[in-house]
Design a protein around this ligand. Structure first.
Ligand code: RP5
Length: 166
């Protein structure tokens, strides 16, 4: 059983989605990746969600491009939190996926993050933050991660200043 299951619409989504997996692993969150399409394999998605729920998965991350209905379809199948990553696929650059993922009708929420790799990072962090509500050690790891990001920016600022003075 994994606390987080990431479902992507196609293996062509893998290069972006892997970023979410590795960040969750870095945060020591158990995670697995699956492929299932709302349009091409709706029954497979239904079975996958039922199985994951019965095994104790707590958060689902869904990534899809195009007319991206995967996150919404999963939200219809589970009362667990669903985080949706819209991906850029096809001619519309991800705007289509963003609208399809975020504009859910009242009653079936999808926590939609940014398009593409920014979204993969934020989906992982959001899933970890959801789990951290009931896990203080994970919360500590998230605080450490954020503190490092702060230090990185300060270091860049100092580098820039040093360059200007040189
Ligand atoms: C979506 O259609 C997938 O999530 C992918 O982003 C896009 C294209 O899929 P492939 O044609 O590459 O399988 O369902």
């Amino acid at each position: 059983m994994s606390d987080v299951v990431i479902i992507m619409g196609s293996t062509s989504d893998l290069p972006v989605v892997e970023k979410a997996k590795s960040l969750l692993q870095e945060l020591e969150v158990s995670v697995e990746m699956r492929v299932g399409s709302a349009h091409r394999t709706p029954e497979h998605v239904r079975e996958l969600i039922a199985r994951a729920e019965s095994e104790g998965t707590k958060v689902f991350i869904c990534a899809a491009g195009g007319a991206a209905h995967l996150a919404g379809a999963v939200a219809a199948l589970t009362a667990r939190p669903v985080v949706g990553i819209p991906l850029a696929a096809g001619a519309l650059g991800g705007v289509d996926a963003l609208y399809s993922t975020c504009n859910m009708p009242p009653g079936m929420p999808v926590a939609t993050v940014s398009v593409g790799s920014w979204g993969a990072t934020n989906a992982a962090l959001l899933a970890a933050q959801i789990l951290a509500v009931a896990d203080d050690t994970l919360h500590e790891r998230l605080c450490t991660y954020r503190a490092q990001k702060t230090r990185d920016v300060i270091a860049k600022d100092q580098e820039l200043q040093a360059g200007d003075q040189g």
